[in-house]
Structure formats: C-alpha cells, structure tokens
Ligand binder design. Structure first.
Ligand code: SF4
Ligand code: SF4
Length: 176
C-alpha cells in the first residue's frame, strides 16, 4: 500500500498559537502528580531489572575456587571475539582438569549479548547488574581474571545498586 505524505498545513486555530500553548500546559500539569521517574544520579542509583546484562563476573565454587574450566566455549561463541583465554592443567584433582591462567574480556569490543553466559557449561561466567563502569584509558577496559573474580565478590552479596541506595559503600571495579 502506498504511503501518502502530507506537508503540515496550519489550520485556523493554529494561527493563534494559544490553543496549542494551553494544550501543551495541560499535558505538563497532568504530569505533576504522577510518580516521578527521575533519579538523582549518582546519589541514587537506578536498579536494573533482573536479567540485565552488565559487567561480567567469573563465578567461584563455595570453597572459593574458580568455576571456569577453560573449555573456551564462551570465547568460541562470542560474536565480538572479546574473550581471550589461556588454559592450563589444573593442579588440584577435584574434577576440573583445566583452569584459565589468563582470562580477559575486552569490554570495548563486547556488545553485552550474554552469549558467553548461555554457552558456559559450568555456570562460570555471568553478566551482572553493573552498568556504571568506565575509564579514561582503553587498557583499563580490558578486564582480567582477577578483575572478573573481584566483580563476583562484589555482586555475590546482593544487588550492588540496592545496597548503595541503602547507604552501603560498595566499590565497583573499573570506575573513575
Ligand atoms: S556478552 Fe557477548 S560480546 Fe560480550 S563477551 Fe559475552 S559473548 Fe562476547
Ligand atoms: S567461562 Fe565457562 S565457557 Fe568460558 S571457558 Fe570458562 S567454563 Fe568454559
């Protein structure tokens, strides 16, 4: 079906401007008593919905050992080729034969699609609620294994932003 485009032709009342002004003010006043969505960031933090895909973390077993077995499924699945893993033989014998000596994610390449999390057979990599991370340098935006494990430590105690809004001091890895 053809789309008909018409140019704007002012009507009789449009030439007085006043009706349009009143109409605009009515919309403004109608919003006065509606609950405000504005958040005074950074004093208050927006709490994203569950399932938000933010900064990654590498999960740990209850004993503190890294869950990742360096199978490289996440790196293979990653559409942005943002993950670099260097595997090595595990020195412990509790099932896992390998672990990552090096695990890096280039956050400037990452598109936060979550494919790495879906592909992981060990529930070892997870995207968290953290959205306000930044740096002035590109190097700082390549997060390494220690950084990813630190994100686990920070996020495993509960939603970071809910805790910050309650007044708890929570340091977010990779922040200015
Ligand atoms: S979220 Fe997507 S783009 Fe980012 S590291 Fe995971 S798979 Fe790659
Ligand atoms: S995070 Fe998961 S998918 Fe990626 S290497 Fe480790 S175990 Fe494999």
């Amino acid at each position: 079906m053809a789309t008909v485009l018409r140019t704007y032709e002012p009507q009789f009342w449009d030439r007085f401007y006043l009706p349009a002004l009143v109409q605009g003010l009515m919309i403004t006043f109608s919003r006065i008593f509606v609950r405000k969505e504005t958040i005074q960031y950074p004093e208050r933090k927006h709490v994203p919905l569950e399932g938000y895909r933010g900064l990654h973390r590498l999960n740990k077993h209850p004993g503190g050992r890294i869950k990742c077995v360096a199978c490289e499924m996440c790196a293979t699945t990653c559409p942005s080729k943002a993950i670099t893993i260097e595997p090595s033989a595990a020195t412990w014998d509790e099932g896992a034969e390998r672990y990552p000596v090096k695990f890096e994610i280039d956050l400037l390449r990452c598109i936060f699609c979550g494919f790495c999390e879906i592909a992981c057979p060990e529930d070892a990599i997870q995207l968290t609620e953290i959205y306000d991370f930044s740096s002035y340098s590109r190097e700082n935006l390549i997060i390494d294994k220690e950084g990813l494990l630190k994100v686990y430590d920070v996020t495993s105690k509960g939603n970071v932003y809910q805790r910050q809004n309650r007044g708890e001091k929570v340091e977010i890895p990779i922040s200015l």
